[in-house]
Ligand binder design. Structure first.
Ligand SMILES: Cc1cc2nc3c(=O)[nH]c(=O)nc-3n(C[C@H](O)[C@H](O)[C@H](O)COP(=O)(O)OP(=O)(O)OC[C@H]3O[C@@H](n4cnc5c(N)ncnc54)[C@H](O)[C@@H]3O)c2cc1C
Length: 268
């Protein structure tokens, strides 16, 4: 057994102050969907838990024109069922509805997911393809700079993800090829099309976490059709290889799932 103290701040300032006092022995707690199982397995043993669930500044979804901002404390279920998000960017709401199971969606949060940056998490694929921004209590970080490697982000110690934001594109869709046991993505692809081109975010397949598939982006910017990526080869060396699928399998999945995502975007 080890001791953990529990703290329940009601503002960002209070949360950040607590984190400053407790130092690297403290962990923020949001939905607890990742942190609590990690603690149960003794893979993490924080001396202090700073519960962010009662911090009002992390709540809320705002849509102004095509600009969307989602508070870090919003759950996946709140994102999935938001009529405001659905009205301008249905693909993003649909992605949230594919995360885990109902229990995970009702507890897990956008901020927790983005901060954790699991290599198979769904939001990073979308935020990369949408050119999104991650807001913290200290600064704003473009998604391309925020997601840095397996479980590695640009967050500094004690920094809190307060929101994510992006402009809704002209067309977009997310396609997820799930591991049937874990429900995480073996490969998930978010495509976003704007007048100035197409961006493709891929999760679950890359050995370094979510990434933008630049060859796919180039091909789809010239011709936004599933067949546009047919002749491309995804480098196997950059893919995950594990008991669930080889790197060659995942490289092929990137192409197949991208084609399905493009078809879905065109069908909407
Ligand atoms: C069975 C199961 C299936 C799942 N399936 C999927 C899936 O299909 N797709 C998917 O994307 N995810 C999936 N998840 C993960 C889920 O989305 C979690 O909600 C998410 O990874 C973590 O969010 P949380 O709010 O629960 O964070 P927590 O578990 O509370 O925290 C996770 C980490 O982030 C830190 N943190 C939390 N909030 C913040 C913040 N605002 N600012 C800075 N740091 C913070 C914590 O200190 C901790 O290190 C699944 C989880 C489970 C248990």
């Amino acid at each position: 057994m080890y001791e953990t103290s529990y703290h329940r701040p009601s503002s960002l300032a209070e949360a950040a102050q607590l984190a400053g006092e407790k130092g690297d022995e403290a962990k923020y707690l949001s939905g607890g969907m990742t942190l609590i199982p990690t603690m149960k397995q003794r893979l993490a043993a924080p001396e202090a838990l700073i519960d962010l669930r009662h911090v009002g500044e992390l709540k809320g979804i705002s849509v102004s024109g095509r600009s969307i901002r989602i508070g870090g404390g919003m759950t996946h279920a709140e994102v999935a069922t938001s009529d405001e998000i659905k009205s301008v960017c249905p693909g993003f709401a649909a992605l949230a509805g594919l995360i885990g199971d109902p229990a995970v969606r009702h507890m897990g949060t956008v901020g927790g997911s983005v901060a954790n940056f699991d290599p198979a998490a769904d939001y990073p694929a979308a935020l990369l393809a949408l050119g999104g921004t991650i807001h913290t209590d200290k600064r704003e970080i473009p998604a391309d700079e925020f997601f840095q490697g397996l479980f590695e982000t640009a967050l500094e110690e004690g920094e809190i993800v307060t929101a994510v934001s992006f402009e809704a594109p002209d067309q977009c869709a997310y396609e997820k090829f799930r591991n049937p046991a874990s429900r995480y993505a073996m490969c998930g692809v978010f495509v976003a099309r704007r007048a100035d081109g197409v961006k493709v975010g891929v999760t679950g397949a890359g050995a370094s976490g979510a990434f933008r598939w630049s060859d796919g982006e180039q091909a789809l910017s010239g011709n936004f059709a599933p067949d546009a990526v047919e002749s491309l080869a995804v480098p196997e060396g950059d893919m995950v290889s594990d008991i669930h699928g080889s790197s060659a399998y995942r490289a092929n999945l990137v192409k197949v799932v991208t084609k399905r995502a493009v078809k879905k975007a065109l069908d909407h």
